[in-house]
Design a protein around this ligand. Structure first.
Ligand code: URA
Length: 305
């Protein structure tokens, strides 16, 4: 394969995994990464066909891990609008607990990733798994694209939102709709660069009608988030909105009660603030978000006015 063609193919593959910016490091020849990805896809195909029950949908699978407390978000401080009907009793009762862990993801979680090359390669593998995921049958059948994550694989700061909306579902990239435009303004005002941050969500598929993620859906998607955090290994995480804050930190309080402090999550400092979609509906809360960003940036040694 010519190096130009290999490079074009690699860039397409990386973009699919949300990696549009790479830090300035000596990356290996594209053909090497592609060859390794081909190998890992073949390995994945072999391992998943050998153990079909381990990749069954949540509804079919028996939980291996103890069931975790369902996490519910309060509509009042939600990033997105509550669904017309809200979460029905049947939906909540249909919970089956966390799904069996994907063996390939377990392998990813058991290794550490030190440089951009290793992190990029691991993120690509996880993005491929996400693209084929159908644990949440409803979401998987309705999605246009999975929305994995975007940004630097070596980012020191990770942003976690709630779930893709219509624009994100169409484009396959988080925070590209109206909430994303507001988020970009917050990033600029905070003297950060979007491409230096790693951005992802609690869910990787759009909930129909932008309803809140169900606890079971968040649980199904959790190991992908865990893998992204494990690979990128950020120093800081910002949780945008109640859904992100409650799910990551396993809390029940709304974001209004969780903001204004830094939490520790496995050695990573976590700040919680209101979701940009909430700000679009309640512009008065921008003041609090700006206070939160000042507080956060101060920890990074940057004084905002
Ligand atoms: N809201 C989110 O929480 N995430 C997105 O990616 C877009 C909107």
């Amino acid at each position: 394969m010519t190096s130009k063609r290999a490079m074009a193919q690699l860039l397409k593959h990386l973009a699919g995994a949300g990696i549009t910016h790479l830090p300035k490091v000596n990356l290996p020849k594209p053909s090497r990464i592609l060859a390794r990805q081909q190998e890992s896809r073949e390995e994945a195909a072999i391992s998943t066909s050998a153990i079909p029950e381990t990749v069954s949908t949540a509804a079919e699978s028996k939980p291996l891990r103890p069931a975790i407390r369902p996490r519910l978000a309060s509509a009042e401080t939600e990033g997105r609008r509550p669904s017309q009907s809200g979460t029905s009793k049947e939906e909540l009762l249909s919970e089956t607990g966390p799904p069996d862990r994907l063996p390939d993801l377990q392998a990813i979680l058991s290794r550490s990733y030190v440089d951009a090359e290793q992190k990029t390669e691991a993120l690509c593998k996880v993005a491929t798994m996400v693209a084929g995921c159908s644990r949440c049958t409803d979401l998987a059948s309705k999605r246009t694209k999975t929305v994995f994550g975007v940004g630097s694989p070596t980012a020191e700061i990770m942003f976690i939102g709630e779930a893709p909306g219509a624009e994100e579902d169409a484009k396959g990239e988080p925070f590209v709709g109206p909430a994303g435009q507001l988020l970009n303004k917050i990033i600029d005002a905070s003297k950060l660069k979007r491409e230096d941050i790693y951005i992802c969500n609690i869910l990787r598929c759009r909930p129909p009608g932008n309803r809140n993620p169900l606890p079971q859906e968040a649980s199904n998607c959790r190991e992908f988030l865990d893998a992204q955090i494990h690979i990128v290994q950020p120093k800081y995480i910002v949780c945008w909105g109640t859904v992100a804050a409650q799910n990551l930190l396993n809390k029940t309080e709304a974001v209004g009660k969780l903001r204004g402090q830094l939490f520790d999550y496995n050695g990573i400092k976590v700040m919680c603030t209101y979701h940009p979609s909430y700000l679009l509906r309640n512009p008065a809360a921008k003041k609090q978000v700006w206070e939160d960003m000042k507080f956060f940036m101060k920890h990074l040694g940057v004084e905002l006015q």
